[in-house]
Ligand binder design. Sequence first.
Ligand SMILES: Cc1cc2nc3c(=O)[nH]c(=O)nc-3n(C[C@H](O)[C@H](O)[C@H](O)COP(=O)(O)OP(=O)(O)OC[C@H]3O[C@@H](n4cnc5c(N)ncnc54)[C@H](O)[C@@H]3O)c2cc1C
Length: 502
Amino acid sequence: MTVTPHPAGVQTGGDGDCLDVLIVGAGISGIGAAYRITERNPATRYVILERRARIGGTWDLFRYPGVRSDSSIFTLCFPYEPWTRPEGVADGDKIREYLAATAHKYGIDEHIEFHSEVRAADWDSTTDTWTVQVDQDGQRRTYRARFVFFASGYYNYEHGYTPQFPGVERFTGTVVHPQHWPQDLDYTGKRVVVIGSGATAVSLIPALARTAAHVTMLQRSPTYLISASKFSAFADVLRTVLPRRVAHAIIRARNAVFEGIIWVLARKTPPLMKWLLRRQAVTNLPPGYAVDVHFKPRYQPWDQRLCLIPDADLYTAISEGRAEVVTDRIACFDADGITLQSGAHLDADIVVTATGLALQALGGARISLDGTEIAPTDRFVYKAHMLDDVPNLFWCVGYTNASWTLRADITARATAKLLEHMRTRGYTHAYPHLGGEPMAEKPAWDIQAGYVLRAPHALPKSGTKRPWNVRQNYFADALDYRFDRLDEAMVFGRCPRPALAG
Ligand SMILES: Cc1cc2nc3c(=O)[nH]c(=O)nc-3n(C[C@H](O)[C@H](O)[C@H](O)COP(=O)(O)OP(=O)(O)OC[C@H]3O[C@@H](n4cnc5c(N)ncnc54)[C@H](O)[C@@H]3O)c2cc1C
């Protein structure tokens, strides 16, 4: 689609007065939303606004060595576009390539406008349209759309989270946050300390350890790690004997079930899961290794995200002496490295602060209704993708305990279904309405991850009863979607002055 500037400075959707759908973000969720919405509503006029220069979102932003999926790529990719590479745990650049190829194959890339950051969206109830303020290539532009779909992810793209380390200014080496990895950083033959023990740290360390002189993982406390094969014999066989799409559907369903079983086992039988994970560590680490010091977390499995280490690569790096784990606390930085509270000192040329993300809802955009700004984080979330009393706005967020795309795809399909329902009945607005019904509140993400605990009010609220209850349960949500009642707690209406014929 070509979006042409209106003489008054308003961007229009080509022939008509305004767009049908404005999608914010060209990552997994934005591409998936475009696919599902047009699959069901082929005439939809839409644009995707992306603040970066390329497709991919997370998989374009994060470029540190070893960046990869930490859930199965078969469930992280789209159900309608088979993953054809051999590996089942994919490197970041391969995921980005897959997303770019998918967007190209379905003509979605023609609808993307890069260097376009959505700053604000205001709902106009006299025309039932959103007016969206966008910083585009250094200029402020205005778009109008009947629906806005936020596929903007869940964290701040500008900066990650870095604690204030005492004395860090005295350090003469290089400090790097994985969210802003300098592509020219040469770590060959260098002593590297990685602060953190989450998914990023355990992906980075084996990759750095290939050429660095030595890599130390400095953690305050251990994390649960699970080793699984990077390649799947099951997937290989199925892809050989079955048509591509059939094989993909089976592998995807099987992996979703498998990941679900691991989660249920962890929550329902923590002692068994702890035993299994400890056994993996003991088997893969050298005899006498202090497993209970470095790999015995204080929390229950899946209170925090279970971190995948493909083919036990972290344990291998440790066994071969290329990497080590230190469980201690930072006292202060000095010129040569880090002094620990135990009194030990870690010499370092490079320190990587794998200390996490800064949570952010709706891409940091300001939302207002008829000129009155609202706080999306004060609103309850409806069926995990709309906000209480906010018309024609969708928000796409994945699961914390399963691959993101499993829910992102349900959200995209639910949006497409609602748009079709409205189109065929001539409705111009729809908003979920809680009304005066008292609703207890629970965290939308019931996971003890650092970035969630640091910012408990950064996300919209979850209720405790359907359809306001945000669940981390793919199978229940998939079932719900099948039997979804579109009019459940939903107010539909027609505007006397609709923006376009549609
Ligand atoms: C290092 C890392 C590894 C991960 N690994 C996995 C994994 O293995 N499995 C899994 O399920 N999940 C994983 N996740 C979660 C991951 O973010 C999701 O899998 C998925 O990539 C999210 O896709 P998305 O399109 O919703 O958001 P994102 O990938 O975050 O993309 C959002 C896009 O929106 C754009 N955007 C944001 N705000 C604005 C704005 N205001 N205006 C315009 N554009 C905007 C951004 O530039 C970005 O391109 C990982 C996350 C990280 C950080």
